[in-house]
Unconditional design. Structure first.
Length: 718
């Protein structure tokens, strides 16, 4: 049977978006609880629901929906609420009021059949009228896609992505080969496979074997690997798909023939051969080749009269360099590519300032860049010279989805200084080197003891291991030795337990021991809610970042964010899908590079509000306002707490590091070192001494499958 009515309230939506509970005000004047796959349903929307009545022992009588369709509102107020619900990008509360005031319940008919008349409404010109009509037609098509997909368990935001990627061909594409969905960011193999099974695709079909094998390879890149050994890939894909090895071998051959992967012959056995996603193979081999070409081109030496130069630096710029720093300067002025690495307090920033001063005096064109906006800002402040992000340096073009600076349009610089190189993955490294002319001198600065990049590869460590000339700064300068953060960071690197004071008011480092997870969580909330702002003078949560090793569990970032949101922003208005849990006023993090919006993975922001005219969500990022459409909100996550890995390359006035036995599998020396060194004025560990000791004692790092170092070595001049 069917029910008709208006959705008064969405009571519950499952984490995967496939199950909803709503209160429906029926047309007859009664109300009903409706449960089922109401994917994409909105409050205030009029719907027709098909299904049957059931009686639940706990909840009583409910209507179990099997499908639903949206109905057009029949009143002006209903039409206004419908249009203002965010259904049409560019129409918010204000514009909905104007449209309905002019056209009433016929508004949608006007949009569909005579969009030129939309110019009769204040604020709508010809261009915007066409845009609104196009958006509405897209929404109609999206709803058709959603109606088709909802019986196959597809989430609302996935349906939107599918439509954006395939347009009005979406239903046809999904019907013909649902595994094509794996090409869309955010829709992985499990989702596509579930759809395929519901559509009757055989478990042993070649297209399933191909998609699952490629998925297994890309899953490895999420762990930082650039390739998988042939045998490992066969085993993992076979386990995922429950298919024999012969089917996986056929899939690998098909993928290689289609140039989706590259098989690199290595070792004595076929099982040792390396299997790469094709793009990562090109990135790794291209990075090695470009480095060799730049180094082979030779450099004009700039290290003339250095003794006098160092004297001038001290007199004119107040920069007195230690012997190791002087050696680093000499190498930079002599080499084409130089790596400078070292821990906190060892003078990397002072060295870069000195290099900028020296190279400017030698009439060199200099560019400074870093992977993130925060790191670029710090570089600017440290040197007094403008620095930019690597993405802006390379001039990303949304139209072509590529960098405009490349081999054919290289950067016009004599010296390029890149900071925080440990954050650079193999893909970005390749793009960067493609844009560096052979004549350019390259200076790479970073801390080799930090965690490797979030993306695939271990570029900084591989460059050092591959023989690129590097200088490691080890001397901690006097003013930095007074910092317990710096002292403890170096103790950790030496495998020594850090000093763990809990009451020294003059310290910049504290430890609060807590044994139970519940006590640890309560202490974190007390610290941010009262003790830090009252006793240590930092503003929370803006100045203080909570860090944890992992996402799951009571002390994982997911639960920490929920608890801290309740503490700092309990009543903010919800934006986007209730599933995302975002509210106006929330501290958020961008979790995917978005080149169109110029916001990148790891950027922090705050939700300012919603543009009532356009329906876009306004987020402040690095002192500018970024406008997010509803379909882009899944790129934001709460950021009261974030993973230690996500914090890499950033500095905060203060950090609270949550470290407990619950995090046992993640506790490593470089993880603790990275977390501790994110705090500029304050670092505070909350948790158990046993967890701290476990992290310090565990010096093993998670090895990444990369071959960059061995590709570089034979290419370098002897």
């Amino acid at each position: 049977m069917t029910l008709e009515g208006t959705v008064r309230r969405i009571v519950f939506t499952s984490d995967d978006g496939t199950f909803c509970v709503v209160r429906l005000d029926r047309t007859q004047g009664t109300s009903a609880t409706v449960i089922g796959p109401l994917i994409g349903v909105r409050e205030k929307e009029k719907v027709r629901v098909s299904g049957r009545w059931v009686t639940d022992k706990r909840w009583g009588q409910q209507f179990r929906a099997e499908s639903f369709i949206g109905l057009r509102p029949e009143t002006k107020l209903g039409m206004q609420r419908y249009l203002a619900s965010g259904l049409i990008p560019g129409v918010g509360k204000v514009m909905a009021q104007r449209l309905v005031a002019r056209f009433g319940v016929e508004t949608i008919d006007i949009i569909e059949r005579d969009p030129a008349r939309l110019t009769e409404v204040e604020g709508i010109g010809k261009v915007r009228a066409r845009s609104l009509a196009k958006s509405w037609n897209q929404q109609r098509q999206i709803r058709q896609v959603m109606l088709f997909l909802q019986t196959h368990g597809v989430e609302t935001h996935h349906a939107l992505r599918i439509f954006r990627h395939f347009g009005d061909q979406s239903i046809q594409v999904v019907s013909d080969d649902p595994y094509q969905l794996t090409d869309i960011h955010g829709i992985g193999f499990p989702t596509a496979d579930a759809i395929a099974q519901r559509l009757g695709v055989a478990l042993d079909s070649p297209q399933r074997a191909v998609a699952g094998t490629l998925h297994s390879l890309w899953e490895a890149t999420l762990q930082g690997h650039v390739y998988l050994p042939f045998g490992t890939l066969c085993a993992q894909a076979g386990q995922l798909l429950d298919l024999p090895e012969a089917a996986i071998l056929d899939a690998i051959a098909t993928l290689e023939r289609r140039e989706r992967i590259a098989v690199d012959v290595h070792g004595d056995l076929p099982s040792d051969h390396r299997v790469y996603p094709r793009s990562l193979y090109d990135a790794e081999t291209g990075t090695a080749r470009r480095l060799a070409e730049i180094i082979a081109h030779g450099a004009v030496t700039l290290n003339r009269a250095l003794d006098k130069t160092f004297e001038d630096l001290e007199v004119r710029h107040g920069l007195r360099l230690a012997p190791r720093q002087r050696e680093a300067v000499e190498r930079v002025l002599r080499n084409k590519v130089t790596i400078i690495t070292g821990g906190p307090g060892t003078g990397k920033t002072t060295l870069v300032r000195a290099l900028v001063a020296l190279l400017t005096e030698r009439k060199q064109r200099i560019a400074l860049a870093a992977p993130t906006g925060r790191a670029a800002k710090r570089l600017t402040e440290a040197t007094g010279m403008p620095a930019t992000t690597l993405h802006r340096l390379l001039a990303y073009s949304p139209q072509t989805n590529a960098f405009e600076r490349d081999v054919d349009n290289p950067l016009e610089v004599d010296v390029l200084v890149i900071d925080e190189v440990s954050m650079v993955d193999i893909v970005l490294a390749h793009s960067l080197l493609n844009a560096v002319p052979n004549e350019t001198r390259l200076v790479l600065v970073g801390d080799a003891d930090q965690l490797p990049s979030v993306g695939p590869g271990s570029v900084l460590a591989d460059l050092i291991a591959g023989g690129i000339d590097s200088v490691r700064l080890t001397e901690v300068f006097r003013q930095e030795r007074e910092s317990l953060i710096v002292a403890n960071a170096h103790r950790i690197l030496r495998g020594e337990l850090p000093r763990l004071p809990d009451r020294d008011r003059d310290s910049d480092f504290y430890f609060l021991g807590r044994e139970s997870p519940e006590d640890t969580l309560e202490t974190v909330k007390q610290l941010l809610g009262e003790r830090i702002p009252q006793g240590l003078g930092l503003k929370t949560p803006d100045d203080v970042q909570v860090l944890a090793p992992m996402r799951k569990g009571l002390l994982g970032t997911h639960n920490l964010n929920a608890e801290l949101q309740s503490l700092f922003n309990p009543h903010g208005a919800v934006v986007g899908s209730p599933l995302q849990g975002l509210r106006i006023g929330d501290k958020v993090m961008q979790v995917k590079n978005n080149y169109q919006l110029e916001v990148f993975n790891g950027d922090l922001g705050r939700i300012l509000g919603v543009d009532e005219d356009s329906g876009e969500v306004l987020v402040e990022v690095d002192a500018r306002t970024v406008r997010y459409e509803s379909g882009d909100l899944d790129q934001l996550e709460l950021a009261y707490a974030c993973s230690i890995h996500k914090s890499q390359g950033s500095e905060y006035p203060g950090v609270v590091v949550v470290l407990h036995g619950q995090h046992y599998v993640m506790l490593q020396r470089n993880l603790l070192y990275t977390a501790l060194t994110r705090g500029k004025q304050l670092a505070l560990i909350v948790g158990s001494r046993r967890a701290v000791r476990r992290a310090v004692d565990n010096a093993t790092t998670r090895e990444r499958n990369t071959a960059l170092a061995e590709r570089i070595r034979p290419m370098l001049p002897i």
